[in-house]
Design a protein around this ligand. Structure first.
Ligand SMILES: C[S@@+](CC[C@H](N)C(=O)[O-])C[C@H]1O[C@@H](n2cnc3c(N)ncnc32)[C@H](O)[C@@H]1O
Length: 188
């Protein structure tokens, strides 16, 4: 009887995990984590102040948040729609005694960005466009935005740096201007 229940629970967990993977894919991007060698290069470029707060929109298994706390030493928040990935991320940061890493189960479209000073995303272009508008509305001037793989359309004027990772992904690093009219577009 125990085996039957165990098999049922494992199958149910697999089905739910697959459903949440599909939800993530539809809501912003599938769970495809960045590889360590790419992350090392990205985080070598970033410059921080002690007061910075790092946010990864769509944090997957939490690896970007963990490397942010480890290499930048600043509080970091991962926002993720998949509860399995949030639980995994929380367990790992607890085991590593990483008290600076926080994970929130939420659709990033509903997450307030007012306290973020560094926003990281590795998502589909459609999600990047929507988040560009949200960032413009909610973030403070000077906020840094790092988008892997896809540029934020019409933000060319605010591009601080663009570089390629060892695996060939482009990284677009923006700084939010002090005046919203510094943006060359109106809608985001
Ligand atoms: C390409 S992965 C990036 C994972 C991680 N940032 C990295 O670079 O390793 C995209 C992640 O975004 C999550 N996601 C997609 N849409 C989302 C949404 N609307 N709100 C929160 N998370 C979302 C997916 O579940 C997935 O884990």
């Amino acid at each position: 009887m125990f085996i039957v229940w165990l098999t049922f629970i494992v199958c149910l967990a697999l089905v739910l995990y697959t459903i949440f993977l599909m939800v993530g894919d539809i809501a912003g991007a599938p769970f495809v984590p960045l590889v360590q060698k790419d992350l090392n290069v990205i985080f070598k470029h970033l410059k921080v102040k002690k007061s910075d707060v790092f946010v990864d929109l769509g944090s997957g298994d939490g690896r970007v948040v963990r490397i942010a706390t480890q290499t930048l030493g600043i509080p970091s928040i991962g926002v993720e729609i998949n509860p399995f990935l949030v639980v995994y991320s929380r367990i790992l940061s607890r085991l590593k005694k990483d008290s600076q890493a926080h994970f929130i189960l939420q659709n990033f479209q509903n997450f307030p960005l007012t306290s973020a000073t560094m926003v990281f995303m590795y998502l589909y272009p459609e999600a990047v466009i929507k988040l560009g508008t949200k960032i413009q509305k909610e973030c403070l001037k000077g906020t840094q935005i790092i988008s892997v793989a896809f540029a934020i359309p019409e933000w060319e004027k605010n591009l601080y740096k663009a570089f390629s990772t060892p695996s060939g992904k482009m990284v677009y690093w923006y700084k939010l201007p002090s005046q919203s009219h510094d943006f060359s577009h109106k809608g985001g």
